[in-house]
Design a protein. Structure first.
Length: 64
């Protein structure tokens, strides 16, 4: 089973997950809405630290 920080590629090499918006940066978390992986700069906490983070796009959609 692949680890949480690798993608378990079929060719046997595990690459670190990268940010959906910044492929050269390592992802630090997933959006609580869409589930995509993002770096620290791309995740926001629109409902406070006790709720899962969201990517900017999902946060804007949630705000209306």
């Amino acid at each position: 089973m692949p680890s949480a920080q690798t993608d378990g590629r079929k060719d046997g090499t595990d690459m670190p997950h990268s940010c959906a918006d910044h492929p050269s940066l390592r992802a630090t978390g997933a959006c609580g809405q869409c589930g995509h992986l993002f770096c620290t700069d791309c995740l926001v906490y629109p409902f406070g630290d006790s709720r899962p983070p969201m990517c900017v796009s999902c946060a804007l959609a949630a705000a209306g």
